[in-house]
Design a protein around this ligand. Structure first.
Ligand code: B12
Ligand code: SF4
Ligand code: SF4
Length: 355
């Protein structure tokens, strides 16, 4: 068995070899930022994302503390990969009557798979180096009982910006995070310093958010966030929120597009992050009228599947309504008698909005 002090360079090298841009180690102990999590849930800011409210047998929020669900965890290896591609930002692209899919989602492969595949390599390197039957590890991308951005901050990956995203001074915020919980106590020798907050007096993200979802610095109300509305929200979207969605059909990048730390963000040329054909500035007619077969074919292995066909069509129809463009009226008339109730309702609204 190695001394814990010797394992850090092994983790760093394994993360680099796996294709991660950054890696760090944080303690699994609770930190001050985690206190905001139960408040966020209690305020209803998670909307209908019930998985965020999962509780243990004692009724404690699972994500509020690693001690609640994985008491064996001593330290957390946090890895980050830049997913930026060479395409222009949504805020720099002319507002033609087309849709916008967020940067993280247009890639050839679902990021959960792309990040998990790499994390498993780092996990294998840790196991190989430590060689103890007592060692426990668990890899997560999104789905673990963990607020990833908080541990990322303490692992030195970046600071939590006022838009709530992790920002690295050199790479910006186009980062996917992946975490490996370990039973090893790796932090005592090299506790990473939490990255200092470099937002300063800037409020660009808050000012630019079209739906006022950033209700205060570092606080997001998901109910108002276009990313939540277009990806997670099922069924009808409240009418008063539709205008703010603009042309967004899946996710939203505005609060990152305007961030000065992303002005010179480097690009990752890896094949899996490059946009699939037709997903940069997609045509709204295509998405609004997607057949079940076309949805399966076009979005196999893509994060867009999460919105489901009904949600994606609903979003494209709302974007048509927001465009005010009469060219969409014939298609909207057809969709107003669609078999999907959500599509029918959105089409009737869009006809009126254009009318
Ligand atoms: C639920 C979720 C969402 C929800 C809610 C987002 C949110 N801000 O909470 C929705 C659907 C809206 C969403 C959107 C997006 N998401 Co998301 N999401 C998650 C998920 C699964 C959980 C996040 C969570 O726990 N939220 C709860 C809130 C309370 O936590 P938080 O916002 O991180 O807040 C912390 C701080 O802001 C701080 N804090 C809170 N209040 C205050 C107040 C003060 C005064 C201070 C100082 C601090 C502070 O403490 C909080 C934690 O307790 C994570 C994966 C994970 N397991 O962590 C991915 C994750 C956060 N998402 C990610 C991404 C990429 C996105 C999008 C960019 C996708 C897109 N283009 O549409 C947007 C970004 C929108 C935004 N500005 O956040 C990445 C973020 C990477 C990064 N660089 O930060 C993650 C980490 C996924 C991953 N594995 O890479 N997401
Ligand atoms: S993702 Fe879009 S809607 Fe959500 S907080 Fe950022 S700018 Fe606002
Ligand atoms: S836009 Fe400004 S305030 Fe918002 S995250 Fe970036 S630096 Fe911070």
């Amino acid at each position: 068995m190695l001394a814990s002090v010797e394992i850090r360079p092994i983790i760093t090298k394994a993360a680099q070899d796996a294709g991660f841009d950054l890696a760090g180690i944080a303690s699994a102990e609770d930190t001050a930022e985690l206190e905001y999590f139960p408040r966020w849930i209690a305020a209803g800011h998670a909307g209908e994302m019930k998985y965020m409210e999962a509780r243990d047998e004692q009724g404690r929020l699972k994500r509020a503390s690693l001690a609640h669900v994985v008491p064996w965890a001593r330290s957390v290896v946090v890895c980050a990969i830049n997913y930026n591609t060479a395409q222009a930002y949504s805020t720099e692209t002319p507002a033609e009557p087309r849709g916008w899919i967020s940067r993280y989602a247009w890639g050839a492969q679902d990021y959960h798979d792309a990040v998990m595949r790499r994390l498993r390599k780092v996990e294998a390197a840790i196991k190989d180096a430590w060689r103890s039957a007592d060692l426990r590890t668990s890899c997560y991308v999104d789905t673990g009982p963990i607020v990833e951005r908080v541990v990322a901050r303490y692992a030195g990956i970046g600071w939590i910006g006022k838009n709530t995203c992790i920002i690295n001074q050199k790479l910006g915020s186009w980062l996917f995070l992946g975490v490996i919980l370990t039973s090893l106590d790796l932090t005592s020798e090299f506790a990473a310093l939490p990255a200092p907050d470099r937002c300063g007096a800037c409020t660009r993200c808050i000012d630019a958010c079209p739906t006022d979802a950033l209700i205060a610095p570092y606080q997001l109300d998901a109910n108002k966030c276009i990313s939540y509305l277009t990806i997670e929200k099922r069924g009808e979207i409240a009418e008063e929120l539709r205008a703010g969605m603009g042309r967004h059909v899946f996710g939203c990048d505005i609060c990152q597009d305007v961030c000065p730390w992303n002005r010179k963000a480097p690009v990752n040329r890896a094949e899996e992050f490059q946009p699939r054909d037709g997903l940069v500035n997609p045509t709204l007619e295509w998405l609004a009228d997607l057949s079940a077969e076309e949805f399966r074919r076009a979005f196999r292995g893509s994060p867009l599947r999460r919105a489901r066909r009904s949600g994606l069509r609903r979003n494209a129809i709302i974007a048509m309504g927001n465009s005010g463009d009469r060219q969409f009226l014939p298609l909207l008339q057809k969709l107003s008698v669609d078999e999907d109730e959500v599509v029918r309702e959105a089409a009737a609204w869009a006809i009126e909005a254009i009318g």
